[in-house]
Design a protein around this ligand. Sequence first.
Ligand code: PMV
Length: 328
Amino acid sequence: MTTASAPGKVYLFGEHAVVYGEPAVPCAISRRARVTAERREDGRLRVHAEDLSLDGFTVEYSGETDTPPDVDVSPDLVQAAMGYVDAAISQAREAAGTPEAGFDVTVESEIPLGAGLGSSAAVVVAGIDAATRELGVELSTEEIATRAYRAEYEVQDGQASRADTFCSATGGAVRVEGEDCRSIESPDLPFVIGFDGGAGNTGELVSGVRELRERYPFAASTVNTIGDIVRQGERALGEENIEEIGTLMDFNHGLLSALGVSSRSLDRMVWAARDAGAHGAKLTGAGGGGCIVALDSTEETETALRFTPGCEEGFRAELDDEGVRIEQ
Ligand code: PMV
């Protein structure tokens, strides 16, 4: 039996613009998905999933991945989670050269599903590491990241970026530009996350930005300006200038809002964080609903978020320098 864990992530800067070749900076957070893989001799795959959200719901599932469990959550969400486990196991079988290997897989996650915090990437990364080690093979972090990207690519019909899987595999702050992913220096970042309990439709949101960009030159410039914010943000990270990082996050949120990917609940949480004295706040991920990320080392933002209408969860999550790791 082998257990591996991998972190979720927030986008400090650059989501959406990254689709058009601008850089982005995702950061791993101290909320993890844990995957346990235990070899089965009969070649079958059984998946047990628990705590797939914070307090939202619990899925207790034990069965074949083609028969979704009877639980009070969106079957799409559960089916998607199972698809990621399947894809991770396929990658592990291929990496270890044992296409017939069977497993009991248990997934436990502290990362809300489908909320822009990279829950699927964390499950896939931890799943590949746990299952390959269970087969006696140790992959490099780079290979885990590459295989996790392939697994996401397959499940998401080619709509995957390398950012989530690379960040989850390596931990820390990451710079992504096209195919190029690398770790970058960062000071400790006191993240506070607000979650509205929902999720936006990434495909629709990305299409919306694409249409605006094609229609209006100023929307295309807005996307390029987000790239400028990211470049300035990298300098601020190198200088450990938290004030400036916050200012740039605020600016980044304003431009994402202009591109139509914020929402009333995200804006409310962003303003609650700013009013509480956060250095800066922005939506993270595709937008439309889901999560915001703020920077505040005091308790103020977390408390304010808890009292903000439309905010279902407010919690602290430090930057996590550790990527995928073995738990036992
Ligand atoms: O919501 P997430 O964490 O899947 O992030 C989406 C980020 C986008 O830039 C909007 C899309 C992408 O594939 O990079």
